[in-house]
Design a protein around this ligand. Structure first.
Ligand code: ADP
Ligand code: GLC
Length: 483
């Protein structure tokens, strides 16, 4: 089974969120099921630096419109499938975030950058591929590669079957209709079954309409997105494809997210020996300038700061949380208003609330380990990885019952404690009041050491590895593989 996995991010080199983690871990897990996988992504500066020995293997001519000529480089990361790096310096040789310019706004040519990535994915999956290696399956991820299945069907035919995975329906790759020609598309593509979407050009819509199969990253989200309320304008289309839409829960990479071996941590621990976690909490308090106390619970947040994540609710209850008393450690970046709200909260509660605006892999690991409870009150959450990292780190997560959060976290009640399923806290509606009630409930539970220990152990016993999800993708590929 040969699989071309097309993505716009890959951890640890290029990561803005969970897609980066998935692209780093799922392909190796697929390889372990026996698939021959190659990962296609742009040759961003971070990947040029990470793989100085990558070699050019083929040139790709211009594709029409304003899609420029490019080259493919082959790189071999240790212990993972080969990377096919799409080299086109005028589009990809730019610093920083893969989607945003220095001002924090989308690059104006993102349609070309990810249009080219999609087109090349389709070419490599077609009979016209310049490579000897021809995939059975083209697996695309999110809007950045969503024109792949479309190009494959209408412009690069005769090749692989396509799978389109939705990691987040909120990002759809919607552009002005005038850009149609630049993508090498024509008036023939401009209709309701093509790339047109309410008068705009939508990458994701085209991919969802024309992929042979659609997956998303949890069973609950797969159901939610077919409802008008949560379908973000695509519910009708997704309903019409319900027979080819599956939710496969993401896994976590246990080599990267394991408190027994995590190189970012000052001490290690596992389910039987949790002493190291106390040291991690102390060290985190020291690192962030929090009071080094073990008699108050420490709540942690690591997140993109956006409306999706419900962190405005955390900011809103910050003062009440500090008064419990409890501590709060926040790592995140994104929405400027939220960044300012958290900075102001920290300024009001020195020693009790610590806020770091930015992106730090190391600190993310130390918060997962050092916090007592992880806050993730998302308004919607396709899968969510941080709640699974928290479970693995003995840090019961507090979540809303939505998407993958509903599929992974079981609220702590007398019943779920008795049957051994309790592993965190579920708060009700997305309101500050509901969150504060749940924070209070968790702080009370935390005082009951045996109860808390049971919660931690139940969470640490959950197996969210990639082996099972990879097998499910493999089964799907088998079903779709052209004969
Ligand atoms: P999403 O993809 O919606 O952002 P996920 O929970 O799936 O949410 O994945 C987020 C990933 O990004 C996790 O690995 C998390 O640790 C990481 N992350 C988010 N914000 C930061 C940050 N500011 N610093 C470091 N890692 C972060
Ligand atoms: C998205 C979602 C998140 C999911 C991640 C990886 O960014 O917001 O819930 O875990 O993709 O699939």
């Amino acid at each position: 089974m040969k699989v071309l996995f097309a993505t716009s991010e890959i951890a640890p080199w290029v990561k803005t969120g969970g897609l980066g983690d998935v692209a780093a871990a799922l392909p190796p897990a697929l390889a372990r099921t026996g698939c021959d996988v190659r990962v296609l992504l742009p040759r961003y500066p971070a990947l040029r630096e990470a793989f100085p020995d990558a070699r050019a293997i083929v040139s790709l001519p211009e594709f029409g419109g304003r899609l420029p000529a490019a080259e493919l480089f082959l790189a071999q990361p240790a212990g993972a499938p080969p990377l096919l790096l799409l080299d086109c310096p005028m589009l990809f040789d730019r610093p920083g975030n893969p989607y945003l310019g220095p001002e924090g706004r989308d690059w104006l040519d993102n349609h070309l950058r990810f249009g080219l990535l999609s087109r090349v994915a389709a070419r490599l999956a077609s009979h016209a591929s310049p490579l000897d290696w021809r995939p059975d399956i083209l697996h695309c991820n999110d809007w950045q590669t969503a024109l792949g299945p479309y190009y494959l069907r209408f412009y690069e035919p005769g090749g692989a079957a396509s799978v389109m995975t939705i990691h987040n329906l909120a990002f759809q790759g919607v552009f002005a209709p005038q850009l149609l020609d630049e993508l090498g598309l024509t008036g023939r593509d401009w209709h309701i079954d093509g790339v047109e979407y309410y008068g705009q050009l939508s990458f994701l819509k085209a991919g969802l309409r024309h992929a042979d199969w659609i997956t998303t990253v949890s069973p609950t989200y797969a159901r939610e997105i077919q409802s008008e309320a949560e379908g973000m304008g695509l519910a009708g289309l997704l309903q019409s494809r319900a027979a080819q839409l599956t939710g496969i829960l993401n896994g976590i990479d246990k080599e990267v997210w394991n408190p027994a071996t995590d190189a970012y941590l000052p001490a290690h621990y596992d389910r039987e020996h949790l002493e190291g976690k106390t040291q991690c909490k102390r060290a985190l308090q020291g690192e962030l300038g929090l009071m080094e106390r073990d008699d108050v619970p420490l709540f942690g947040v690591v997140s993109r700061l956006t409306q999706q994540k419900g962190l405005d609710l955390v900011a809103a209850i910050g003062d009440a949380l500090a008064a419990l008393p409890a501590q709060l450690a926040v790592l995140g970046s994104g929405d400027k208003t939220l960044e300012e709200a958290f900075a102001a909260l920290a300024a009001r509660h020195p020693g009790q609330v610590a806020v770091q605006i930015g992106f730090s892999e190391a600190l993310a690991h130390r918060i997962e380990a050092g916090a007592d409870c992880f806050l993730m009150p998302s308004r919607f959450e396709p899968c969510g990885l941080n709640q699974m990292y928290s479970l693995a780190y003995g840090t019961p997560p507090m979540v809303r019952a939505t998407g993958g959060l509903a599929d992974t976290v079981t609220d702590c009640t007398p019943e779920t404690l008795a049957n051994g399923r309790a592993n965190g806290f579920v708060c009700g509606p997305a309101t500050a009041g509901a969150l504060l009630d749940t924070v209070r409930r968790a702080a009370t539970c935390w005082q009951d050491k045996p109860l808390w220990r049971a919660l931690q152990e139940n969470g640490m016993a959950c197996d969210f590895g990639w082996a099972q999800p990879a097998r499910r993708y493999f089964e799907l590929y088998r079903l779709l593989r052209p004969t």
